[in-house]
Design a protein around this ligand. Structure first.
Ligand code: SAM
Length: 292
C-alpha cells in the first residue's frame, strides 16, 4: 500500500474535506479492521467510500468479490492502480454517492458484509440507509468519529443517547471493535475514530409501515429533547396535540413528563403501539392533505 500523501501528491490531488477524506495510512491497522469483519471466500463485500484502497485490498484478498462505491471520480485511477499493484481483480468500483445507490442492485440475492471508514459528514445517513436495507446485510464493520460511535452505542438516560442510538438499538446489536488514533490517517483529522460491528437482529417487533412510524415517533420525541415528551410529541411532525400525546403516553405506561433520552427501545415501541391504536399514525399526512 502506497502512503496516501505520496499517492495524492503524485497526481497533484488534494484530499477533499467536504467528502470526509481522511485516508487510513497504516496498513496494519487497515488489515486488523478488515480481519474483524471475518470475511470468507464466499462473501460479497460492499465497501462504502474505498478512497485509495486501504481496506479494499485486504477485503478483496479474503472475499469472493468486493463492490466499492466511491463518490469522488478523481480517485478511480489511483484506486485501480493500487489494486493492480496488489494483483487484485475481484473488485468492482462504482462511481456513485452511496446515499443514492440502489443496494438491491448490488446484493441481488446475496447478503453482504458491509465495511467502510465512513465520511464523517454522512455517517448517520449511511447508518439509517443500512437500517432500511438491513435484509441485505449480514453484518457491518464501520468506522466512525469516536464521539458518534459512542452516541450510537449509548444506553438510555444520558446526553449521548439520541435518535440514532434508539433506532440502531431497536434493530441491532452494536459492539466496539477498536479505536483508531487520529495520527494513523492522512490528512490527520481533529478527532480519533472508533470501529464498531453492527449485527442486525433477525426479528424485530415491527416491519413495514409500522416500523417507519416507530422511526417517526423516535424522531419526533428527539426533535425537542429538552422538552417533556408530552410537549415534544405535540407540535412535531406527528401532527398531534398535547392531550393526544398525553393520552398515548399514559396508554403506553409512560409518564408524560419524562424526556426523550430516558426512554428505552421497548418504551418507544409501546408508545408507537399506543399511537397506532389511537389511529394517530397518519395524522401528519391528513393535516398536509387539508392544507393543500
Ligand atoms: N476507505 C478509505 C480509507 O480508509 O482510507 C477512505 C476513507 S475516507 C474517511 C471516506 C471516503 O468516502 C472517501 O474516499 C470519500 O471520497 C468517500 N465518500 C465521501 N462521500 C461519499 C458518498 N456520498 N458516497 C460514496 N463515497 C463517499
Amino acid at each position: 500500500m502506497t502512503y496516501p500523501g505520496t499517492l495524492l501528491k503524485r497526481q497533484q490531488l488534494m484530499a477533499r474535506k467536504e467528502l470526509g477524506q481522511n485516508f487510513l495510512s497504516d496498513p496494519k491497522a487497515a488489515e486488523k479492521i478488515v480481519n474483524k469483519a471475518a470475511i470468507s471466500e464466499n462473501d460479497l463485500v460492499l465497501e462504502i467510500g474505498p478512497g485509495l484502497g486501504a481496506l479494499t485490498v485486504h477485503a478483496a484478498l479474503q472475499a469472493k468479490r468486493v463492490v466499492a462505491v466511491e463518490k469522488d471520480t478523481r480517485l478511480a485511477g489511483l484506486l485501480t492502480g493500487e489494486l493492480d499493484l496488489a494483483g487484485i481483480d475481484n473488485v468492482e468500483l462504482i462511481n456513485n454517492d452511496i446515499l443514492k445507490q440502489d443496494l438491491e442492485a448490488i446484493a441481488k440475492d446475496e447478503k453482504m458484509v458491509v465495511i467502510g471508514n465512513l465520511p464523517y459528514n454522512i455517517s448517520s445517513q449511511v447508518l439509517f440507509k443500512l437500517v432500511e436495507n438491513r435484509h441485505l446485510v449480514k453484518r457491518a464493520i464501520l468506522m466512525f468519529q469516536k464521539e458518534l460511535a459512542q452516541r450510537i452505542a449509548a444506553p438510555p438516560g444520558g446526553r449521548d443517547y439520541g435518535r440514532l442510538s434508539a433506532v440502531i438499538q431497536y434493530c441491532s446489536t452494536v459492539k466496539t471493535v477498536s479505536d483508531v488514533p487520529a495520527h494513523l490517517f492522512f490528512p490527520k483529522p481533529a478527532v480519533d475514530s472508533r470501529v464498531i460491528e453492527v449485527t442486525f437482529s433477525k426479528e424485530t417487533r415491527f416491519s413495514g409501515e409500522k416500523e417507519r412510524f416507530l422511526f417517526k415517533v423516535i424522531k419526533a420525541a428527539f426533535s425537542k429533547r429538552r422538552k417533556t415528551l408530552r410537549n415534544s410529541l405535540a407540535g412535531s411532525e406527528l401532527g398531534i396535540d398535547t392531550s393526544q400525546s398525553r393520552m398515548a403516553l399514559e396508554n403506553a405506561g409512560i409518564d408524560p413528563a419524562r424526556r426523550a433520552e430516558t426512554l428505552g427501545v421497548e418504551e418507544y415501541t409501546e408508545l408507537t403501539e399506543a399511537l397506532w391504536t389511537m389511529g394517530m399514525e397518519g395524522k401528519d399526512e391528513q393535516r398536509a392533505d387539508q392544507d393543500r
